[in-house]
Design a binder for this molecule. Structure first.
Ligand SMILES: *Cc1c(COP(=O)(O)O)cnc(C)c1O
Length: 377
């Protein structure tokens, strides 16, 4: 079965006469548990919920695949109240005082701050390096290699298979923050990673109205650790959010295909314009990581970044682009962009813009972007 069919079918309930195709959310705190509670996973909703299970089954299928050796595996997924709750679960379940974590110096800002301000003072050593080879050199004695490819907002590409192999040789586990591409765009577990972590608030659910995250694994022991972390810390996703997420995922194949096509066309347009100092999109032949991205990704993702002359040019462009909503985050059906430096935290120039292509008609987007660029000539 092709991926789009598999994803759409995975959101359906089993065929039971008279039952809905998509059962509604299950609202519960405790469940009936007369006698021995071990006969059901559903005892108290901080641990498990049937709506989570439906969502986790669908995500688990997406994260499943074939390793480089040709061996097939079935992934399992655990859903969380946010992407950061999912990141925290991996850090918390894996890292102990004395452990070393290697992460990109431009890793997602909030994850970096969490490690620096909470895990480092508790005895975890952080080794930061630029994406790619620099990370491979820091793996000696490490417990965890954290990757993000493409990185947000720099759009740098890491060779996940190569770095996973190097990390495993050094005895480290590998986690990939796969938020930008989604598991339809890239399957980190198939490339050798031990954890695929994501904020599903972005392209995965794509309507800019949900906070949700997940961790997927191949190994049942790692699954059990992450599951226990979630129950102990209470990073529980609401059933309504889980249900909306499942509904949203059914349209991921349609949305991702369109938004990635749009991103490619926008990147190509920007690359021809003299107002634009540089464009970073893994789908461009000029991107330094293009060959690796082509090998490890199914889609190059909906997000690109580009640099205009300065703060004023970037602000003017965003004001004059009528079809680009000035907002943070990415991966929605609406095209959005923001001048990244206004937040601080990322080492980017003042004129740096991160743009997330939506699902609008590309002709409208290209016309609008061209006229907004004309205004900053
Ligand atoms: C948004 C994001 C997160 C955090 O996810 P939330 O759902 O906002 O908690 C983590 N990593 C990346 C790459 C992100 O873009």
């Amino acid at each position: 079965m092709r991926e789009a069919t598999r994803i759409i079918r995975s959101t359906l309930s089993p065929t039971v006469p008279g039952e809905p195709l998509h059962p509604g959310p299950v609202f519960a705190a405790p469940y009936h548990t007369p006698g021995d509670p071990s006969s059901t996973p559903y005892t108290y909703a901080r641990s498990h919920n049937p709506t989570w299970t439906a969502l986790e089954d669908a995500i688990g299928q997406m994260e499943s695949g074939q390793l480089g050796t040709g061996e097939s595996y079935c992934a399992t997924a655990l859903v969380f109240a946010s992407g950061m709750a999912a990141c925290t679960a991996v850090f918390g379940a894996v890292l102990r005082p004395g452990d070393v974590v290697v992460l990109p110096s431009n890793a997602y800002y909030t994850a970096r701050v969490l490690l620096q301000q909470y895990f480092a003072p508790m005895g975890v050593t952080l080794r930061l390096a630029g994406a790619g080879d620099a990370q491979a050199e820091l793996l000696q004695g490490a417990r965890l290699l954290w990757l993000e490819s493409p990185s947000n907002p720099g759009m740098e590409i890491s060779d996940i298979a190569l770095l996973s192999e190097a990390a495993h040789r050094a005895g480290a586990l590998v986690a990939v923050d796969n938020t930008t591409p989604t598991p339809l765009g890239q399957i980190p577990l198939a490339l050798g990673a031990d954890f695929s972590v994501a904020s599903d608030a972005k392209a995965m659910t794509g309507h800019s109205d949900l906070l949700v995250g997940h961790v997927a694994v191949r190994d049942p022991e790692l699954h059990a650790k992450i599951d226990q972390w979630r129950t102990l810390t209470g990073a529980a996703l609401g059933p309504m959010e889980a249900w909306l997420a499942l509904r949203s995922i059914a349209t991921l194949p349609l949305r991702l295909e369109r938004s990635c096509e749009n991103a490619q066309r926008i990147a190509e347009l920007l690359a021809t314009r003299s107002e634009v100092a540089s464009v970073m999109y893994p789908g461009l032949l000029t991107h330094p990581g293009h060959a690796i991205a082509k090998r490890q990704m199914r889609y190059f993702g909906p997000v690109l970044s580009f640099t205009l002359r300065d703060k004023i040019s970037a602000d003017t462009f965003l004001t004059n682009a009528k079809l680009i909503t000035d907002a943070t985050s990415f991966g929605g059906i609406t095209t959005t962009a923001e001048r990244r430096a206004k937040w601080g935290g990322d080492a980017v120039p003042d004129g740096f813009i991160r743009l997330s292509a939506g699902c609008e008609a590309i002709e409208d987007l290209l016309e609008d972007i061209a006229q907004a660029l004309d205004t900053i000539r």
